[in-house]
Design a protein around this ligand. Structure first.
Ligand code: FAD
Length: 289
């Protein structure tokens, strides 16, 4: 199928793109890597009046470290994140996750900003943003605003972005001394969207993991943190504490039934991932789940 007819405009700057979105009055959409938008248009799952192309705005690309913060332009491609020494050194969680995002052809075009704005609940990147405590920098007609990742992802394909706003950058606190990252997902094939995945970061201290952040994806309508399980895991590690935290996932997660897996299967996989995560962060050989 082919997309229904629409107008096209190429923006030379963020200000110009915002003006185009304002003039589009809700019927305009941004084009980043096009890896989700173009299939949706071509399959006629959606239509629009105006496509605002932001691929030529060089200011939206790039990765840099300023003080203890990693700044990533929204139009930075997945492939750039995968090969970036700054991401490997300061955000190893993101480096691990990005290898699971789609396939090389898609990673060569897809962007971090497009991915986060799309807010697919099975995507790896929103979960990483939550686990890393990211700040999303947004520009609209009234200027810039900053939104914490926890307030950005609102639900299934829903974010805090207004129709006339552009996600321009992502800021991540650089990995602190002693912190470790864990990432793993279960998918049918490498590169597929996850059935269940876990992004986590914490600071092992003897038998405990301090400042542990656990974020599951592919489970429920958006990536979700697990306060009950994380609270239990603040205690000294033991098989009983791990079992208690695994049981608490039933309260933290709202797994769905779909064609890929039942809710019970998803909860089982989430518990298995939690055991892997705790053992890996503590530097132990994997125990039974
Ligand atoms: C076969 C296939 C497999 C895939 N597998 C995975 C996977 O395993 N994991 C995963 O995470 N992703 C996967 N993806 C998605 C891919 O990684 C892209 O990240 C994603 O499609 C969106 O990024 P994009 O740059 O292509 O955005 P686009 O498709 O251009 O845009 C997506 C949406 O975001 C809006 N948008 C884009 N940029 C901005 C911005 N800066 N500010 C505000 N709104 C914006 C657009 O208007 C549109 O509504 C897959 C895609 C395909 C086609």
């Amino acid at each position: 199928m082919k997309a229904a007819a629409f107008n096209y405009a190429r923006a030379a700057s963020v200000d110009e793109a915002v003006q185009m979105l304002v003039r589009g009055g809700g019927g305009a959409k941004l084009l980043a890597g096009g890896q989700s938008l173009l299939p949706a248009l071509n399959l006629r799952l959606m239509s629009l009046d105006l496509l605002v192309d932001i691929t030529g705005i060089a200011a939206l690309r790039g990765i840099r470290v300023e003080g203890g913060t990693l700044k990533i332009g929204a139009m930075t491609r997945h492939a750039d994140l995968l090969t970036s020494p700054e991401i490997a050194a300061h955000a190893p969680l993101l480096a691990k996750a990005i290898a699971h995002v789609a396939h090389p052809a898609i990673r060569n075009r897809g962007t971090i900003g497009g991915n986060l704005a799309h807010a697919d609940p099975a995507s790896e990147l929103p979960a990483c943003m939550l686990a890393l405590g990211a700040t999303l920098v947004i520009q609209g007609p009234s200027g810039q605003r900053r939104v914490q990742a926890a307030d950005f992802f609102l639900g299934l394909y829903q974010t805090a972005l207004a129709p006339d706003e552009i996600l321009i950058a992502i800021e991540l606190p650089a990995l602190a001394s002693g912190e470790r990252a864990f990432f793993h997902e279960y998918a049918r094939r490498m590169g597929d969207y996850a059935i269940v995945g876990l992004a986590a970061q914490g600071k092992p201290a003897g038998d405990r993991i301090d400042a542990l952040r656990l974020v599951y994806f592919g489970v429920g309508e958006r990536a979700g943190s697990c306060p009950a399980a994380a609270r239990i895991l603040q205690q000294r590690h033991s098989p009983a504490i791990l079992a208690e935290a695994q049981a608490a996932l039933a309260a933290d997660l709202q797994p769905q039934n779909d064609h890929q897996a039942s809710a019970a299967m998803r909860l089982h996989l989430a518990r298995t991932l939690l055991a892997r995560c705790v053992n890996e962060l503590l530097g132990r050989a994997e125990a039974s789940a």
